[in-house]
Design a protein around this ligand. Structure first.
Ligand SMILES: C[S@@+](CC[C@H](N)C(=O)[O-])C[C@H]1O[C@@H](n2cnc3c(N)ncnc32)[C@H](O)[C@@H]1O
Length: 350
């Protein structure tokens, strides 16, 4: 008989219902869950669940509760030894909290916070001689490295698991990209754009022309400019002066759908982040990218779902994008996405 698989997953608060139904359809039996955190069992030895709304996925090893961190770390070591009598050590240690509330509510942002930093240091100090070989906790993992994951469901309730690092989000602690902005970003869209660019793998280079539809106030444009690109921002609203005055930035004060298509000549990259209904947004983009003069290499499109119940619409949007004959389409709820998803569309080779 094959070994069962225990999985623990993190997602945005509100997305757990979508994650759960997708898992149940694939034969997973749901177990403990909280907003932003789902565990499940599969009777066979299977790979970890994937999905648009699955932010992190780990093979579950155990859990500890308590108020004394030293004791809790000792208990983790006991569980690790039971799990693997060969005591094979891990390359990295990632420690992060599950999301408390939906992203953006009360200014909430996902990822490592002050409490999890303290816990990470404590756990690292307790396990470094025996179970982890990295030089500090919460380092970015290299592809192929084995990561020991600790999710704080509460400060006094920790879930232990493991995963192997592979694509970018699996390399970041809690799948949240660590970004150090050069200057204070104009808006949180700076982080969202940074994450979408890295996740997509798009080979954006200094001097490339990037267009953003829905560019005000300019967080995302700030990231593109920081990467040395020439940026055209399209938005009827005003840009932040820090962006507007940048020599590599041009603002076109218009709606995305109202522009003559020659405005997009020579542009390689298109970002779209307008608060417009997805179908209308897709019509605007379709008119641009299916035009014979269009020369776009890659598109990063944010579409607002509105509410998680509407998640089945994503498949329809996906098929519509496939109709533009791209080379590749990926879709994911990024860690920095509110109730929205990001499509990375490769139109042709760079
Ligand atoms: C979420 S904000 C964009 C944030 C921006 N990407 C940033 O980095 O700061 C949405 C923007 O879409 C703009 N917008 C709404 N309808 C639009 C349209 N038809 N064309 C272009 N922009 C539009 C709004 O004016 C608003 O500034």
């Amino acid at each position: 008989m094959s070994k069962p698989t225990f999985a623990m997953l993190c997602c945005a608060c509100g997305a757990e219902q979508v994650v759960k139904s997708e898992m149940a359809e694939k034969g997973w039996r749901l177990a403990f869950s909280r907003p932003g955190f789902v565990t499940a069992k599969n009777d066979s030895d299977v790979s970890l669940p994937e999905g648009i709304f699955v932010r992190t996925a780990s093979r579950s090893i155990g859990q500890v509760r308590g108020t004394d961190a030293t004791r809790m770390v000792e208990e983790l070591a006991v569980q690790l030894a039971e799990h693997d009598p060969n005591r094979r050590s891990f390359d990295q240690l990632h420690v992060w909290p599950k999301d408390r509330v939906p992203i953006g509510r009360f200014g909430f942002e996902p990822g490592v916070d002050e409490v999890s930093k303290v816990v990470a240091d404590e756990v690292y100090a307790g396990l470094r001689e025996t179970w982890v070989k990295c030089d500090a906790p919460n380092r970015i993992a290299q592809p192929g490295e084995r990561v020991l994951d600790l999710v704080l469901v509460e400060p006094s309730h920790w879930f232990l698991g493991t995963h192997e690092a592979d694509v970018w989000p699996t390399r970041w602690p809690g799948a949240v990209q660590p970004v150090q902005p050069v200057e204070e970003p104009v808006s949180r869209a700076y982080y969202k754009a940074a994450e979408s660019i890295t996740w997509s793998g798009f080979d954006m280079k200094p001097g490339d022309v990037a267009v953003e539809i829905g560019s005000a106030p300019g967080g995302a444009c700030g990231r593109l400019l920081e990467l040395g690109m020439r940026v055209i921002g399209i938005d009827p609203a005003e840009m932040d002066p820090r962006i507007n005055e940048h020599p590599n930035f041009q603002h076109i004060r218009a709606r995305g759908g109202d522009l003559p298509r020659r405005q997009f000549r020579n542009a390689k990259w298109l970002l779209v982040d307008s608060n417009v209904r997805p179908d209308q947004t897709l019509t605007t983009i379709e008119n641009i990218v299916t035009h014979r003069q269009s020369d776009f290499v890659g598109l990063l499109i944010t579409l607002k779902i509105g509410e998680y119940r509407a998640a089945p619409l994503i498949e329809k949007w996906f098929q519509r994008i496939v109709g533009w004959k791209p080379q590749q389409v990926h879709v994911r709820q990024l860690a920095r996405n509110k109730c929205e998803v990001c499509f990375a569309v490769t139109m042709k080779s760079a």
